[in-house]
Design a binder for this molecule. Structure first.
Ligand code: AHG
Ligand code: MN
Ligand code: MN
Ligand code: MN
Length: 324
């Protein structure tokens, strides 16, 4: 099977975009190597610092961020980067074409307990007349993404990628190459599996509460079938399961902090994952509209997310009809 560069080149993908994706892969291979050594590296655990979202940073959040930032900003094709771990966007080459937005380490609370984490990325083109140091250059709807993907650091290191024509999966081999293992990932339309953090139930809107109550009622309720629940606390891993065998994932709106319409971040979590899910035949919504159609207003803005198997997301949307 082809490696990622061979596959993209054979599909006449923009050669500069192919180079960019290869560079992201090389960098993530390095991150995988550090993660594999666990406590031997002495870089597990938290820092004193918090990021702009008020989260305590893990040492590996910062190391993964610095690795990606350094590798990408030295490419002449890169106009700038924005990251969960950077307060502001960072300008690259003023002549560069691409803006890369990333979550360097997703699910970082999993690191210290040796559970899967990932890197999420989204690629946009810099608009004419703007540069990669300006926030407004990045504030483009998710539909404008040129590519989106993630690398999952699990028992295997897996790349899942879309450049707008389906979703491909690759697995990192012993030679440091991502070899294709699936050329068209497709999310089954129906499911009996859901992923949501039930501990937040009391903070949800009534529509979400009653939808989930229906799942929990199982065959005793109106749904007439039993559901199973999974929650890995790393969006990458939960979404990977859904891309592999179906299901739905939600981090919905909740009323813990009225200033935040959800926990996840639109630009480097919601948008790239929604693009992958739509390209694999699923749906991605805030419960009131498609995530990919949202006009962003801030790089670190939060968004309510529900995504996955098409028919099940439609049931969820029905439960929200007429509400806002
Ligand atoms: P990050 O580690 O990049 O800050 O993201 C963590 C996110 C997401 O990956 C996951 O689905 C969610 O936080 C888990 O949140 P809870 O701990 O509230 O369940
Ligand atoms: Mn974080
Ligand atoms: Mn994340
Ligand atoms: Mn993160």
């Amino acid at each position: 099977m082809p490696n990622v560069t061979e596959y993209l080149s054979a599909r006449s993908t923009d050669p500069e975009l192919t180079d960019l994706i290869s560079a992201i892969c090389t960098c993530c291979t390095g991150i995988a190597g550090q993660l594999q050594l666990g406590a031997l590296t002495g870089i597990l655990g938290a820092l004193e610092d918090t990021n702009i979202q008020g989260e305590t940073q893990k040492q590996l959040d910062v190391i993964a961020n610095d690795n990606l930032k350094e590798a990408l900003l030295k490419l002449p094709i890169v106009a700038g980067i924005a990251s969960e771990e950077e307060d502001l966007p960072v300008a690259g080459n003023p002549e560069g074409r691409f803006l890369i937005l990333f979550d360097p380490l997703d699910g970082s609370s999993n690191i210290d307990v040796n559970v899967s984490v990932g890197t999420i990325f989204s690629v946009l083109e810099v608009p004419a007349g703007m540069n990669g140091g300006e926030e407004r250059a990045y504030l483009q709807a998710g539909r404008k993404q040129l590519a989106a993907g993630y690398v999952l650091y699990g028992p295997a290191t897996t790349l899942v990628l879309t450049t707008g024509s389906g979703v491909q999966q690759y697995c990192l081999d012993n030679n440091g190459e991502f070899i294709q293992t699936a050329s068209a990932m497709t999310i089954p339309t129906d499911t009996k599996e859901f992923a949501i953090n039930m501990a937040n139930q009391r903070f949800w809107q009534p529509e979400m509460q009653s939808y989930v109550a229906g799942l929990l009622a199982g065959s005793d309720g109106e749904r007439g079938k039993n559901f199973n629940m999974r929650w890995i606390a790393a969006m990458v891993t939960d979404v990977h399961r859904i891309l592999t065998r179906g299901g739905i994932f939600s981090y919905p709106w909740d009323n813990r902090d009225p200033a935040k319409p959800g926990k996840l971040r639109l630009m480097y979590e919601g948008n790239p994952m929604s693009y992958l899910v739509e390209q694999a035949g699923g749906l991605a919504t805030t419960c009131y509209g498609n995530i990919l159609d949202m006009q962003p207003t801030k790089i670190h803005q939060r968004v309510a997310v529900a995504l996955g198997s098409k028919n099940e997301i439609e049931v969820l949307l029905d439960a929200h009809k007429g509400a806002l």
